[in-house]
Write a protein that binds this ligand. Sequence first.
Ligand code: CA
Length: 273
Amino acid sequence: MRRHGASLPAKASGKASSVQAVAAEGPGGGVRILIGEDDAAVAEALQYSLTQSGYAVDRVSHGPAVLEALKDNVFGLLILDLGLPMLDGLEVLRRLRRRNHRLPVLILSGREKADEKVLGLDLGADDYLVKPFSINELQARVRALLRRNQEHAAQPVISYARLKFDTVTRTPSINGRVLPLSPHEIGVLEVLIHRFDRVVSKDQIMERLYSYDKDVGYNAIEVYVHRLRRKLEGSGLAVRTLYGRGYVLEYAAAPNEDLRLKDLERPANKAGL
Ligand code: CA
């Protein structure tokens, strides 16, 4: 494993205690960033630019090294190339989220891999950039992710039965396995889990989904709830329909079949992009 910049001085003297403190101390604010990228030119450019901004930056060039480095638990952000050798970025992300790691992750994907980008977001990546991208754009995304993470840092992981919902990464999991939910389905689950055991109307769900889709109708909500209900099998929870009133997320009356995660199981890339 190659590690660089271990002794780079951070601009700030200690951990920033608030968003304002980060701004006052400069963008870096003492945050340590890990870059998992096998393209040395890209990795070096990112490391240089982020170091100039006051971050402490380490980089590694293959999947297992990313997981190994994160065991130190000193990083505030991971920039993860999806096309990594030995263990691809999606598999790294999946294993990371299985450990229930709340680290913010910015994924870098190749232009032709739009489906991987979507899957990465579903697996709990916080943001993505498609190559080629500008360094300024990357810097802006990094700042936004760190800011958002600080704002949510105090919020707990919500847990009912076997379902855990990480409110920072917006990642639902059952027994540590991340659920393959679409952004719409995650939006529905968010509304329901924040009002656990209480009735949620379709209008309340519609309001929540408005940021994804301005034209979402009652029929679409029924479809999302139907899919969500299926994906929650094995969680010990159920979504009950109250006709004319809405939905309730509650404890399931009887054990359900095992969760189907087949659509998530794909072989890891042997080579990088
Ligand atoms: Ca690559």
